[in-house]
Design a protein around this ligand. Structure first.
Ligand code: FES
Length: 250
């Protein structure tokens, strides 16, 4: 839907009451929390990034009337509901251990030393239940406790670092930071080195793209735009062996 269509839908939508930081506003019922806050006059300076549910910057907590439960979500993905009480949680203060990655060797014991609180997990699974990306947080913590870094890297792959898991943890652990370290170790020590990447880095170092970049840098805005728009793109459905017609920079 285009921006003007979205605006039209919002104008036609029924207004519902919501509470932002304790103050009541009437907002169109079709909006996400993020858009409803902007509709109400708030301006995001922090706590907003991609607007598409992938950067994890817009955690929000809310209650619904007559419901004991506290709900969580991403402001850019969660649609408003009547009478919801909400507040933004752009940053959850979790401790990230400090380490020099180059000095690590990738053993599970290093994760245990950096994050000993991992063993405080009481397996309540509140972390998984709160995750807006449906990551099985408790499972990857269990995998790490067993020393299976590869499994934890895969299980946590969809994590967007919003920190909501840490906000619910009885063991007071920063699960998302721990998982990030696991994925770094997995990428650096456990996956086979990428030959293609090595070749491309060597190509860059050898100056293979220098002329092309110089050409692009010399272009005016319009030429740059049309060059971009007219570029050959990979089809939406392409086989593994697809290559562009222009192979100059492959
Ligand atoms: S703004 Fe990036 S996840 Fe919501």
């Amino acid at each position: 839907m285009s921006v003007s269509e979205q605006a039209k839908t919002a104008i036609e939508a029924k207004l519902i009451p919501i509470y932002i930081m304790g103050k009541k506003y009437e907002v169109p019922e079709t909006l996400t929390i993020m858009k409803a806050m902007e509709y109400a006059g708030y301006q995001y300076i922090r706590g907003c990034g991609c607007r598409g549910g992938v950067c994890g910057a817009c955690s929000t907590v809310y209650r619904k009337p007559g419901d004991y439960k506290i709900y969580t979500g991403l402001a850019c993905q969660t649609v408003v509901e009547p009478e919801m009480y909400l507040t933004q949680l752009p940053f959850y203060p979790a401790i990230r251990s400090s380490y020099n990655f180059a000095e690590l060797s990738g053993k599970p014991e290093e994760i245990f030393e950096l994050y000993p609180e991992i063993f405080r997990c009481v397996a309540c699974n509140a972390c998984s239940k709160v995750c807006p990306m449906d990551v099985e947080v408790m499972d990857y913590i269990s995998e790490l406790k067993r020393g299976d870094i590869a499994a934890a890297a895969h299980t946590s792959f969809d994590c967007i670092q919003c920190g909501l898991c840490a906000s619910r943890c009885y063991g007071e652990m920063p699960q998302y930071h721990i998982a990030q370290l696991a994925r770094r170790i997995y990428g650096a020590y456990l996956t086979p080195p990428s030959e293609h990447l090595k070749t491309m880095v060597a190509n860059i170092q050898a100056g293979r793209f220098k002329d092309g970049l110089t050409e692009l840098k010399a272009m005016g805005e319009n030429d740059l735009k049309s060059t971009y728009q007219e570029r050959e793109m990979e089809p939406a459905v392409a086989g593994e062996d697809w290559t562009p017609k222009e192979t100059k920079y492959l």
